[in-house]
Design a protein around this ligand. Structure first.
Ligand SMILES: [Zn+2]
Length: 210
């Protein structure tokens, strides 16, 4: 089934332009692998961007500058080696990433970090919630974007299944709850720290690193 919740057009265009933070880029990559509609929008945006770059390069480079640049690219040979396949059951966009150790946040809720939030960079984490569990009511120090990998969660804006993306800004508070009998696995990118309303969750934060 196609996802029902998509990233905003701004986010998709920023993705096509290579302007997204790595953590958010992975979230969008997981979504567009499952969503033909967003995939074609990103592809078109990349083509337009590529044509503009070609035009700029052709006009800006005089004499043999373009030939020399192309020759240098040839010398560098094939780009990166193929990344290691993603760990079992995880999306292809996570190929080459190391998944941190699973840590229990509270009963039924566990988190594994992929990219720690550091030096102003957004953090990227896997979150696993048992049936009936909720991620405590929280807001954000910055932007939060998540995508469901398996199972489903619901909050006041709707129900999110595999491939569905939720984007939140620093103002929004929400408390997603797992629906159905399946464990929910999702990928979450967070700018700044999560701001839990409950004092016990705030106390836990230094331990869990989110
Ligand atoms: Zn989409």
């Amino acid at each position: 089934m196609s996802p029902l919740h998509h990233p905003s057009d701004e986010t998709l265009l920023a993705h096509a332009a290579g302007a997204l933070d790595e953590a958010f880029r992975v979230i969008v990559a997981v979504h567009i692998a499952a969503c033909a509609q967003c995939r074609s929008l990103v592809l078109r945006a990349e083509q337009v961007g590529g044509e503009m770059l070609d035009t700029l390069a052709a006009t800006a480079m005089t004499g043999d500058a373009l030939d020399r640049t192309l020759a240098r690219l040839d010398e560098q040979g094939p780009a990166d080696r193929p990344a290691a396949p993603p760990p079992d059951g995880l999306p292809a966009a996570l190929a080459g990433y190391t998944i941190g150790r699973w840590r229990s946040l509270f009963p039924g809720v566990a988190l594994a970090s992929i990219l720690p939030p550091e030096r102003g960079r957004a953090g990227l984490h896997l979150l696993r919630l048992a049936p009936g569990r909720a991620l405590g009511d929280h807001g954000h120090g910055g932007r939060e974007m998540s995508v469901v990998i398996a199972g489903a969660v619901t909050d006041e804006r709707g129900t999110y299944g595999p491939g569905d993306v939720a984007e939140r800004d620093d103002e929004a508070h929400h408390a997603p709850v797992v629906v159905g009998g399946q464990t929910c696995l999702c990928l979450i990118a967070v700018e700044g720290r999560l701001r839990f309303r409950h004092w016990a969750l705030r106390l836990l934060q230094p331990l869990i690193g989110v």
